[in-house]
Design a protein around this ligand. Structure first.
Ligand SMILES: [Ca+2]
Ligand SMILES: [Ca+2]
Ligand SMILES: [Ca+2]
Length: 572
């Protein structure tokens, strides 16, 4: 049998963000609100690039040093996000033990009557013994004299023995039994939006925002307004001056009697790539806000038992779309719902240049990782396709453009994946048919699926993408039939049934986007599938587009489709 994989394929490595942390001066035990100690740091830098014939991702770590914490209070601005973490670490209980009313302005350091065991993912680090953790319910600041210096992304556990409330900020002040349970965990961040208030219970949680600086901002100068409508501010605790520009910032939500703050530690302000921000509206002082919404999710899934796989035609996903920060943020947030997401129309809706694809995908995956804090996703690509995947959830065991016996307008991309330490291994084949050739090309897919099954030595083939399998392009067999014509239920499962609306347009309900799998994967399919309709999950009001801001079409003309598979039911 001929080698199906002699075609062009380009592998890309994400050289993620590299954050250089710094040391800090010893903090005063209880710092004054609004103050910041010095610290030496190097500004965050980002580097992206590609290499041939290898897929890898560099590690990135955001962490450490500088400044104190303090203060809290009645600021305004609201959470737009959900689903921070998938575990309860008892942090809400700890907060309640320290501040039973949830509103104390000051409580002197005291020994807890009953020590509280907590578990959380570290999402910001100040200095040894001083860091922020969060679980799915709550976050809290540790302000102790302990010598432990965790890294962002570590899940830590300890028994908290003391606490205080300083200027409305609830703090754990002593603990025993510190241990690191795991590392490299994702940091899910909430974001602010206008019109509502930030309850104190959100203190200590991981936050993200956009800040526009119309002038340089020294780390020792006053806080800046992030959202003039809500009073959310930012404090530059990086130890360095940030020059005028637009930044994505991420850090713990701190507070005082007057404001909520996003504290920016070293490595946690990322320039968006704007040339300058002179046109940005100024609200107070020299900063103003742009809204950044993201981080909603479909809901968590138990990765110990399931893998969620999506497919998304990101309409003409080129450098123009990639240059729109808010649109990119939502597109990146969408990817975080999936362990693997197949992308079509990377670079072009037909034949893109490799360099454009690499540029766009580097930026896309960097943004995904930025949202999560750390390097979690990587990609492989070919032609107008990519598989963006979460490296802790799946192993990518080889990929190549299809070059089998059938001819497609845009030769599909195949990749072999497996689940570490579980039985499920499978081949993904992503396709975007040429609309005018859809009938012919869809009829070729069963053959192509069989061929990549042989090539990758696994009968479990999941074919997913924009089939154009409806409307005037294709006679799908009829909505009552449910399954896609040419894919009889005896041999294939039609995951996305006829009649499902996968298009953004309100003018049709076509089922262009599909997931078909071979029958050997029936044992692996959970029966759970869906269509991610943007507005149901994300505030898209700030998403930029060619004309009108805030419409779904600015993201794509297709919705993502997805399905979940068991990770340990596979026998072939
Ligand atoms: Ca298998
Ligand atoms: Ca529609
Ligand atoms: Ca199977």
């Amino acid at each position: 049998m001929r080698n199906f994989f002699s075609g062009l394929f380009v592998a890309c490595a994400l050289t993620g963000f590299v954050f250089v942390s710094a040391c800090s001066d010893e903090d005063p035990l209880v710092p004054p609100a609004g103050s910041s100690s010095s610290g030496v740091s190097v500004s965050p830098s980002s580097a992206t690039g590609s290499v041939s014939s290898a897929v890898s991702s560099s590690s990135a770590a955001a962490s450490s040093a500088s400044s104190q914490a303090a203060s809290s209070g009645g600021g305004t601005a609201e959470e737009t996000t959900a689903e921070p973490y998938d575990f309860s670490g008892n942090i809400a209980s700890l907060r309640a033990a320290i501040d039973p009313t949830g509103s104390a302005s000051s409580v002197a350091t005291f020994t807890l009557g009953s020590p509280v065991v907590v578990t959380g993912v570290v999402h910001a680090v100040n200095s040894a013994g001083k860091f922020w953790i969060q679980d799915k319910d709550a976050g809290i600041y540790f302000y102790t004299s302990a010598g432990d210096l965790p890294s962002v992304g570590e899940k830590v556990s300890m028994t908290v023995t003391g606490g205080c409330v300083y200027n409305y900020l609830v703090e754990a002040t002593s603990y025993t039994g510190y241990s690191v349970l795991s590392s490299g965990n994702a940091v899910y961040r909430r974001s602010g939006a206008s019109g509502s208030t930030l309850p104190n219970a959100l203190q200590g949680q991981a936050w993200q925002a956009v800040i526009v600086l119309t002038a340089s901002w020294n780390h020792s100068t006053t806080s800046k307004v992030v959202d003039s409508g809500t009073g959310l501010r930012a404090r530059n605790l990086t130890g360095t001056t940030l020059t005028a520009g637009t930044y994505y910032i991420r850090g713990p939500l701190n507070c005082s009697a007057s404001y909520n703050y996003v504290d920016i530690y070293p490595g946690m302000a990322e320039r968006t790539g704007d040339a300058s921000s002179s046109s940005a509206a100024s609200s107070s002082g020299s900063a103003s806000s742009t809204s950044w919404s993201a981080s909603a999710t479909l809901g968590s899934y138990d990765i110990a038992s399931r893998v969620r796989i999506g497919s998304f035609n990101i309409e003409i996903f080129g450098t123009t779309k990639a240059s729109r920060p808010n649109t990119m943020t939502v597109l990146a947030s969408i990817a975080t719902n999936f362990s693997i997401i197949a992308i079509q129309e990377v670079g072009s809706n037909s034949d893109p240049s490799d360099s454009t694809c690499v540029t766009v995908l580097d930026a896309y995956v960097a943004r995904i990782n930025q949202l999560l804090g750390g390097t979690h996703y990587a990609y492989v690509r070919g032609h107008q396709y990519a598989f963006v995947y979460r490296t802790a959830h799946v192993s990518m065991d080889g990929y190549a453009l299809y070059s089998g016996t059938k001819s497609f307008s845009y030769p599909p991309l195949a990749a072999k994946f497996s689940i570490p330490s579980k039985s499920f291994d499978f081949v993904l084949l992503t396709i975007h048919t040429s609309p005018t050739s859809a009938t012919t090309e869809i009829s070729y897919l069963p053959t192509a699926m069989a061929e990549v099954a042989v090539t990758h030595s696994d009968p479990d083939v999941i074919c997913l993408g924009d089939f154009n399998a409806d409307g005037t392009y294709y006679s799908d067999g009829g909505d009552a039939q449910g399954w896609l014509a040419g894919f009889s239920p005896a041999s294939y499962t039609t995951v996305i049934p006829n009649g499902t609306d996968t298009t953004v347009s309100t003018g049709n309900t076509h089922t262009y986007d599909r997931i078909q799998h071979s029958q050997t994967a029936a044992q692996d399919y959970t029966g759970t599938w869906g269509v991610l309709k943007f507005s149901q999950y994300y505030d898209i009001s700030q998403c930029e587009g060619p004309s009108i801001t805030g419409i779904e079409d600015n993201l794509s003309d297709h919705y993502p489709v997805w399905a979940e598979f068991w990770v340990n039911q596979d026998t072939d």
